[in-house]
Design a protein around this ligand. Structure first.
Ligand SMILES: *Cc1c(COP(=O)(O)O)cnc(C)c1O
Length: 401
């Protein structure tokens, strides 16, 4: 039994080489802690890339999954399924929007939103209206449409030609925004807080101007809340804090409580855009994933995890600011609830590797940004532990160790 070694060598043999996995074989977890097959416990500050909002081992989540799995695992959208209906109703209530479509992953939600935007523009425009815009440094996913929107050299190299009629607006640059949008614009995709891009928030002025231009030219605003949504920044949707009113919203990552699930939620304006047969998916809205998602949202509400994200986030900000005063290697801190970016002088990888030696899992993004996306349930002592480890590494670095 268990003769197949779960290690780097086997990984090399078995898989395409598209991931840079940590050399840790994980088996289970507890709260904010992830446990490896040798028993080592790691404080997890990345939470399955922003997925595990409730951390590990939440009983309510496990029960919801077990209960639904014992009833029905899959039937497809040829049928009506209660968990889907209940999660849909909950998300419409939380967003104040009108209609929902379920898919399986973030990139699929973005694909659906691109299709809806083009279809809506075709239904409402003059045939010239098909351009889809995004913001510089954005990340929307890996499938063709989403990847084309992302258009960062490292994501698109070798994969040309990309989707046509796309364009990019310089992040938070009002002049560029005015310049790029026109009557040909079908939609503008934005992350209210950019995740992979290094934790940067769209300014209120930019968001307001975008809404004013939508009035003028009649395009859709699509909020990609895949990373920042579901309470991570202190409100269920991160755009709420800007007063932004999107026409379409994409959700994924934590939405299925760790199971693959995504959603596109739309306003009344786009309620009629999908007609019978115009879009679909076999697995989208899987009942087990929906039951898990519902349990996850109920736990966020009953445990007041959004308030907790705000408070723990503020604690991080305070403590990290103190670190920055003592260590000049930290050049900037950006914190929105429990979405935290720490800009450092050298490659962030240096800190990530040293944190791992001290059993804290962090993540590097945009070369010199340390990204923290801890589970929303992380406690203050755990936050302090993470900060102490950063302090140790920075101190050692200064001493030239
Ligand atoms: C992760 C992410 C995606 C892609 O989601 P997948 O589930 O990996 O396809 C899209 N947009 C944002 C903002 C993300 O963080």
């Amino acid at each position: 039994m268990n003769t197949l070694p779960v290690n780097r060598e086997t990984e090399e043999q078995l898989f395409f080489h598209n991931y840079s996995r940590l050399p840790i074989a994980v088996t289970h977890g507890e709260g904010a802690w992830l446990v490896a097959d040798d028993g080592t416990r790691y404080l997890d500050m990345i939470a399955g890339i922003g997925v595990n909002a409730l951390g590990y081992g939440d009983q309510r989540l496990e029960q919801a999954i077990t209960m639904q799995a014992s009833k029905l695992i899959h039937a497809s959208n040829l049928f009506m399924m209660r968990p889907q209906f209940e999660l849909a109703a909950k998300l419409l209530q939380l967003s104040g929007l009108s209609k929902i479509f379920f898919a399986n992953s973030g990139t699929e939600a973005v694909e659906a939103a691109i299709k809806m935007a083009r279809k809506w523009a075709a239904d409402n425009g003059n045939g010239e209206k098909n351009e889809v815009l995004s913001l510089s440094n954005c990340f929307h996913g890996r499938t063709y449409g989403a990847m084309s929107l992302t258009a960062k050299p490292q994501y698109v190299e070798g994969f040309h030609p990309l989707l046509p009629a796309l364009g990019m607006i310089e992040f938070n640059d009002m002049e560029d925004l005015e310049l790029r949008v026109s009557g040909k614009t079908a939609a503008v995709f934005i992350e209210a807080v950019q995740g992979e891009g290094g934790i940067h928030r769209v300014s209120k002025a930019f968001s307001d101007r975008l809404m004013a231009l939508r009035e003028q030219y009649g395009f859709l605003i699509v909020a990609d809340e895949i990373q920042a949504g579901c309470g991570r920044t202190g409100t269920f949707f991160s755009y709420e804090q800007l007063g932004l009113e999107p026409d379409l919203v994409c959700l994924a990552k934590p939405l299925g409580g760790g199971l693959p699930l995504s959603a596109v939620i739309g306003s009344e304006k786009v309620a009629g855009v999908l007609t019978y047969g115009s879009h679909g998916t076999t697995f989208g809205g899987n009942p087990v994933a929906c039951a898990a998602g519902l349990a996850m949202i109920e736990a966020i509400e009953s445990d007041k995890l959004m308030e907790r994200a705000t408070q723990t986030g503020a604690f991080f900000q305070e403590e990290l600011s103190k670190l920055a005063l003592r260590h000049s290697a930290i050049t900037d801190i950006r914190q929105y609830g429990l979405m935290i970016g720490i800009t450092v002088e050298r490659e962030a990888k240096y800190y990530v590797e040293r944190a791992l030696q001290r059993k804290v899992i962090m993540n590097a993004t945009s070369r010199n940004v340390i990204r923290l996306l801890p589970p929303l349930v992380i406690g203050r002592e755990e936050a302090q532990y993470c900060i102490n480890v950063l302090d140790e590494i920075l101190t050692e670095e200064k001493a030239g160790a």
